[in-house]
Design a binder for this molecule. Structure first.
Ligand code: ADP
Ligand code: MG
Length: 356
């Protein structure tokens, strides 16, 4: 497989909309994907990910809006004229064809010569580590192997863009992790634009250059994984991507007050006085024995759960607010126990303030 020319494979979506009956499946989606970029569409079930991907692929027509490939309007082109590689949620392999025949299929459709087909099929099968299984049938392979065949088949005709709809959804956790690394490696090797649909936040964060978080047909935030995690744009994104504690706060004259009126650490405050929500990740929430000198939310430990690499501490404030802290088990000594009085705090830079 040749490395695609870095200048091709740019996708732009302009104000895409799609209704099914009265239900808005995709609601004004605008997104630019650069040539060679890996972008995930991440969201819960029913948020419009598949519908968006199918409009890019041409299997669904938008009610309004445009799909551009390298600045060319392809909104109304049928799927086979878009030359985009698609990997569907179910692998959709031809059961009566061998692996090699499945992978050769897109080339036969394009009337590539027999010798050329043989060379290209062998090359791509080696690339996805299936060289030895070329004459097997799909039912003689594991789910992970079948998914690799689907990837090979989508890549074999050298499309500038690969669209993947939850390709690892049916596989167990270990295999998912293994295959996601393979897909990432493949992405680096072939340099193609990839648009990857998933509801799995770990997968999206681990694989993507940028993540677009979708909810109810809309894109709520698009940015690099670190920024999605560290600087969520709204409460939905904060709650969907990773674990998070929500602390109801009031901002008065530049001071953040917690539920009991205590002063809480936070940076980047909005100018005006208002009620808001402070978000802090469990790994940033510190619980320290009450000693008088630490400022934060006072309360006690309700529960501790050992999860191997870490301990999860459940905290309840004096006013009944529940918070979760995650502490890596670097030392075997437990500092806090169930029932211990303690203070919850965090570094100002680790808190995000969101208003509704
Ligand atoms: P996701 O892939 O994020 O789970 P979908 O794009 O499949 O979401 O669906 C978005 C919304 O559109 C859902 O409410 C779903 O029920 C609805 N929907 C999707 N496809 C159809 C269809 N062919 N007919 C009617 N409703 C549909
Ligand atoms: Mg879907």
């Amino acid at each position: 497989m040749s490395k695609t020319d870095a200048k091709t494979g740019g996708i732009a979506l302009h104000n895409l909309r799609k209704c099914y009956g009265s239900a808005m499946a995709v609601d004004d989606v605008t997104l630019s994907v650069s040539p060679g970029e890996f972008v995930s569409l991440l969201g819960p079930s029913g948020s419009g990910k598949t519908t968006t991907l199918m409009m890019i692929a041409g299997f669904e027509m938008p009610d309004s809006g445009q799909v551009l490939l390298d600045d060319k309007d392809i909104t109304r082109l049928p799927p086979h004229r878009r030359e985009l590689g698609v990997i569907f949620q179910n692998y959709a392999l031809f059961p009566h064809m061998t692996v090699a025949e499945n992978v050769a299929y897109p080339l036969r459709m394009r009337r590539v010569t027999k010798a050329e087909i043989e060379t290209r099929v062998r090359r791509i099968l080696d690339q996805v580590h299936l060289g030895a299984l070329a004459s097997r049938y799909p039912h003689q392979m594991s789910g992970g192997q079948q998914q690799r065949v689907a990837i090979a088949r989508a890549l074999v005709f050298d499309p500038p863009v690969l669209l993947l709809d939850e390709p690892l959804g049916a596989l167990d956790k270990k295999l998912r992790q293994h295959l996601r690394n393979e897909i990432k490696t493949l992405h680096k090797q072939v340099g193609k634009t990839m648009i990857y649909v998933t509801h799995d936040q770990d997968e999206a964060l681990a694989m993507s250059d940028r993540v677009a978080v979708m909810h109810e047909g809309r894109i709520r935030q698009v940015c690099a994984p670190q920024d999605i995690y560290r600087r969520p744009a709204d409460l939905f994104v904060a709650g969907f991507v990773g674990e998070v504690n929500f602390v109801p706060i009031t901002i008065r004259s530049g001071v953040v007050q917690g539920p009991d009126g205590e002063k809480l650490p936070a940076a980047q405050l909005p100018e005006a006085d208002k009620d808001a929500t402070l978000c802090v990740r469990p790994e940033h929430l510190r619980l320290q024995p009450t000693s008088g000198s630490v400022s934060g939310i006072e309360g006690h430990i309700v529960d501790l759960t050992f999860v191997g690499d870490a301990t999860i501490l459940e905290f309840c404030s004096n006013s009944g607010l529940h918070l979760t802290s995650k502490v890596l088990n670097i030392s075997a000594e437990a500092i806090l126990n169930r029932g211990d009085a303690c203070v919850a705090s965090w570094a100002a830079a680790d808190a995000t303030i969101l208003t509704a």
